[in-house]
Design a protein around this ligand. Structure first.
Ligand code: HEM
Length: 467
């Protein structure tokens, strides 16, 4: 069937091939370093728990919502980030919120909270709409020309992050930020065997390259911070940095030091922009196959005037856009796997978890699990309509859960929803070829190649006539 004519119910988005052998954990390490999404056999999508072995370490994949609740909420203190995650993420995010533990994490989470509280939403939405408005005219020039939407969203989300975080246009340093992050993602973020084997105190050969990268990376973040701090002060907060500069830990009264600000900003750029870029990419990828869905979104947005100062009021009206984004986050969660290591022996219900076990919670699998979802592989945004029953408890975790749930979840949802609405108001979208696109986990959920799309202007002629 031609993908352009598929109906919602019949559209099953492509997935990576499953491994041929059943409980084949021997090759787990190799696949882990290739595409972790191809690691899990069919049974992993059907059973509540999956046990295995990786380099003499117990590995556990949890698909049981109560067990997940236990690990992420009830006994969260017993589970820390895995040594491989720390090794890979530290050079780029330092001791910012993502990797901090214990008291340092609590201090940072409390101090950052006002920047992500509902009071900051109008500022965030303003920057999202303003920046998107600036780039839409470029897309209007692309009629009939194939567009790489992944690259487009990477640039847009970086620009939005730059504006929302520090009121700076990123064109002065955006190219360097992107090329450094792309280099890190491709060359240094996949774990080598030695990364997995060596204890955290012993550097692997790749660590030397990672540390060298960190020096240059911090130099760039410092320059951005200097540029922003040189801007004249304003009375009202204009961006998230203003919230962060004003913030004090409600318990200790301490504010962020310069070194902490630097790691925090690096964390927010890294954690915030690529995840949202791929969320938008997969959303557009899905609906590019579904013209009827595009028409329904268009009906929702056709009469809306997207103005930066009204953006926070518009957001709650966009229920269809929000449902489509939520369904895309289910099928293609940008953070496909969360990993923890057990500190002490534990029990999650009847599941025994020995100290040292690597616990995998994989939204990629959980969101497609046959016991938890009806017709799990089909794209069906009605699952997330306001009138639909809530998603099964602890079975839908695109932003994680518990105290370490994504601090930027509302930012990301606002961004993806508003950008989707603004794009679909102006364009219909089609793939430029039918070549299958397979998701690959490279820290975030990437396509195996960047496919191109045709964007056909919809309302532009009508709007310019009315203006
Ligand atoms: C669609 C976009 C996004 C997705 C899917 C996403 C997903 C996640 C997930 C799954 C976690 C939890 C990781 C774990 O428990 O191991 C997380 C944490 C985090 N996210 Fe996001 N994220 C997104 C956007 C953002 C944005 C826009 C920001 C900031 C501007 C952000 C900042 C963070 C930070 C700082 C953490 C660490 C929180 C902590 O440990 O206390 N994320 N994110």
């Amino acid at each position: 069937m031609n993908p352009a004519t598929q109906s919602v119910a019949s559209f099953i988005p492509p997935t990576p091939p499953l491994p041929e052998v059943g409980r084949d954990w021997k090759r787990f390490g190799r696949r882990l370093r290739g595409n972790i999404l191809s690691t899990w056999p069919k049974e992993a999508y059907e059973e509540p728990v999956w046990r295995g072995q990786l380099l003499h370490r117990q590995v556990l994949l949890l698909n049981d919502p109560d067990a997940i609740h236990h690990v992420l909420v009830e006994n969260v203190e017993n589970y820390r980030r895995s040594p491989a995650s720390i090794r890979i993420l530290w050079p780029i995010v330092g001791k910012g919120l993502l990797l901090a533990e214990g008291g340092a994490w609590r201090h940072q989470r409390r101090t950052l909270a006002p920047a992500f509280a509902p009071r900051a939403t109008p500022i965030i939405c303003h920057h999202i709409v303003r920046q998107t408005q600036e780039v839409l005219p470029d897309l209007l020039q692309k009629e009939g020309i194939p567009v790489d939407l992944l690259a487009f969203f990477q640039q847009l989300t970086l620009e939005i992050a730059g504006r929302a975080l520090f009121s700076l246009e990123t064109h002065a340093f955006g190219t360097q930020l992107r090329s450094m992050m792309a280099y890190y993602g491709m060359a240094l973020s996949r774990p080598s065997l030695l990364d997995l084997l060596f204890p955290i105190g012993i550097p692997s050969p790749r660590d030397i390259l990672r540390w060298r990268f960190r020096k240059q990376w911090l130099g760039l973040i410092d320059r951005i911070l200097d540029d922003r701090l040189a801007l004249p002060k304003e009375n009202a907060p204009r961006d998230l940095l203003d919230f962060m500069l004003a913030a004090k830990d409600p318990e200790t009264g301490a504010s962020f030091t310069r070194a902490m600000l630097r790691d925090e900003l690096a964390t927010l750029i890294v954690a915030g922009h690529e995840t949202t870029a791929v969320a938008l990419f997969w959303t557009l990828f899905l609906i590019a196959h579904l013209p009827e869905e595009q028409d329904k979104i268009f009906e929702e947005v056709r009469n809306i005037r997207f103005e930066p100062n009204k953006a926070a009021e518009i957001l709650p009206i966009l229920t269809r856009c929000r449902a489509v984004v939520s369904e895309a986050l289910r099928l293609y969660p940008p953070a496909p796997v969360l990993v923890r290591q057990a500190i002490a022996d534990d029990h999650a219900g009847r599941i025994a978890i020995a100290a040292g076990t690597l616990v995998f919670i994989a939204p990629w699998i959980l969101h497609r699990h046959h016991r938890l979802w009806q017709n799990p592989n089909a794209f069906d945004p009605s699952r997330f309509f306001p009138t639909a029953p809530p998603a099964p408890r602890f079975a839908y975790l695109p932003f994680g859960a518990g105290p370490r749930v994504c601090i930027g979840a509302q930012f990301a949802l606002a961004e993806a929803t508003l950008v989707l609405g603004m794009l679909l108001q102006l364009f219909t979208i089609k793939r430029s070829s039918n070549e299958p696109v397979i998701p690959v986990s490279i820290v975030t959920m990437q396509p195996d190649h960047p496919p191109c799309f045709f964007l056909q202007p919809r309302l532009f002629a009508e709007r310019t006539r009315a203006a």
